[in-house]
Ligand binder design. Structure first.
Ligand code: ATP
Length: 236
């Protein structure tokens, strides 16, 4: 479904991504792990078309070459990003934020079905439809951000640190919701600090260090890998 090779990205002299290559198959949930500054957010932004990267990069998504495609066309093809910090419109209501997410080629014709789907997934948002997003808790805002991305009917949902700053109980709910989204057939690419919970719902993981992918494996193998345990789980 998604294949990339030789994706390099620099901020001035700083090389944030160094010839990154990987693949994600249809229906897969893949987690990208790595320390702060490893380049995980840069990778998701590059895939979404929100950062400039090397001309040599090759990116195909559902059979199309998207390496030079603008961001909105990637969304039309079914590639949607829930950015770190969520990127919501705080002065607008939940409903209006959702409608903005539906304004895409796939989202428009299925606006009603998608709305019903996301409100079933997040029943709280049905009750809060008129509430201004800026007045909601962090966990509620994360729900709105994911719901908005789903309104574009994505084939691949990319999530940048969805559990960041959320209380443990809310994190648990969030991962349950991601499991339901996965079960509905949407593929996911997730950047997370919460290694255990994210690998718990994933098929595979990649490990990034200073702009490179330095390891990969099946989620259950990574979870039982003693080196990974030591590096990211704080145990050995
Ligand atoms: P974190 O988990 O802390 O967000 P990350 O793995 O997502 O880390 P990135 O945010 O992709 O890492 O950043 C990779 C490197 O690029 C870091 O050294 C960061 O300081 C740098 N960087 C990121 N964005 C910019 C920018 N807009 N301008 C300059 N440098 C940047």
């Amino acid at each position: 479904m998604l294949s990339l090779s030789d994706l390099s990205l620099s901020y001035g002299k700083h090389l944030a991504l160094d010839k990154v290559s990987f693949q994600l198959a249809e229906g897969e949930t893949v987690v990208i792990l790595g320390a702060n500054g490893a380049g995980k957010s840069s990778l998701l932004k590059a895939l979404a078309g929100l950062e400039r990267y090397s001309d040599a990069a090759r990116i195909t998504f559902v059979g199309d070459d998207i390496a030079k495609m603008p961001a909105h066309k990637r969304v039309d093809l079914g590639l949607s990003l829930v950015p770190e910090g969520r990127g919501l419109f705080p002065a607008l209501s939940v409903e209006d934020n959702l409608l903005l997410g539906a304004n895409t080629r796939n989202g428009r014709p299925r606006e009603k079905e998608n709305r019903d789907y996301v409100l079933d997934l997040f029943p709280k948002l049905r009750v809060r439809a008129r509430q201004l997003v800026g007045t909601m808790s962090g966990g509620e805002q994360q729900m709105v951000a994911i719901a908005r991305a789903l309104m574009s009917a994505p084939k691949l949902l990319m999530l940048d640190e969805p559990s960041l700053g959320l209380a443990p109980i809310v994190v648990g709910e969030l991962f349950e919701t991601l499991k339901s989204i996965r079960a509905s057939g949407v593929s996911m690419l997730i950047v997370e600090q919460n290694v255990q919970a994210s690998l718990g719902i994933a098929d595979r993981g990649y490990i990034m260090e200073t702009g490179r992918i330095i390891g990969e494996g099946r989620a259950e193998d990574l979870l039982s890998d003693p080196n990974l345990q030591e590096a990211y789980l704080g145990t050995s």
